[in-house]
Design a protein. Sequence first.
Length: 331
Amino acid sequence: MRPAPKDSTGTPGLDVSLPQELVYGCMGLGGNWSAEPYSSAHVDEAAAAVEAAMSAGITLFDHADIYTNGKAEAVFGEVLARTPGLREKIRLQTKCGIRLGEQGLEAYYDLSRDGILSRVNESLARLRTDYVDVLMLHRPDPLMDPAEVASAVGQLMAEGKVRAVGVSNMSGPQIEMLQDRLEAPVVGNQLEMSLLKRAWLESTVLVNHAEGTDYSFPHGTVEHCVRKGIRLQAYGSLARGLYTGAPAAVPTPAEEATSALVTALAAAKGTTGEAIVLGWLMRHPAGIAPVIGTANPDRILACAGAAEAAAAMTRAEWYGLWVAARGSNIP
Ligand SMILES: NC(=O)c1ccc[n+]([C@@H]2O[C@H](COP(=O)([O-])OP(=O)(O)OC[C@H]3O[C@@H](n4cnc5c(N)ncnc54)[C@H](OP(=O)(O)O)[C@@H]3O)[C@@H](O)[C@H]2O)c1
């Protein structure tokens, strides 16, 4: 077991930070979400995805205990087992807190102390590793007791099983409530953010506008994360390919216009549509880290130029994409 890293104050976990980077999301690995076992083809697919991600410069891999019913972690564990030295080259992030298909419920949340401890130990066994670099609390559990969460996370960090703690789908006040009890700093917050899912952005400019009530995103969350140095990770960042060639049932005029603009910008700048879509997120000063969920090696490689696309994106181009995606001018 590797000991938990310590910073100069001796506090475990504090030297683990999340830079702005592309993150590989493993939700699409391992087959479907049924109880059906995975096959060797799924392991091969995961190995190809990991190889493509690393070729694209990605070293952080995002999991959750529930992804494809545990199979995403399990196939990833097989890839780690058959690739000596891989674990040391990458960082692993997993999440716990959602329970599916148990206790007669389709879903419920569980951030109890026992729930966190059991789920992390199960994830480590599936991933065939002694530690994860980041543990994210997947969703706010209304029944969670921050002291209990802190006790479980503190134990896992002291045991060297978890190196840093983050959250997902949480507002600024919810993070603060947990942070009051957690010894280690919350290093990341994973939220749905994309050209399609813009509530995080719209809510910042629609203050005092009736239209703003259409967006339930908790105002101040992005600002809280920026002020506290909490890395925002964007899931659904490719908008499931909506603007880069994935067929939409009946595309709206805004979707068509955005796809055309993404294609034109990519051609003009000698990059890919994926890099433009992700670069738009990375251009925002919050330092958003996009989590990409494609398992297609070509599409993974097409994401590689996102940071460069962000750096080359003018203010007018950034606003142009936003206006196209919202289908109307900003106030
Ligand atoms: N924290 C949370 O609550 C939460 C929730 C959801 C997801 N996540 C994480 O975020 C990651 C990314 O989320 P996501 O997978 O929903 O979003 P995404 O990256 O926007 O979409 C990936 C999906 O879109 C498809 N796709 C992308 N481009 C395409 C194209 N041009 N043509 C056809 N299909 C295309 C991919 O299929 P192919 O594989 O065939 O390319 C894949 O199914 C997940 O893997 C997971 O790690 C977190």
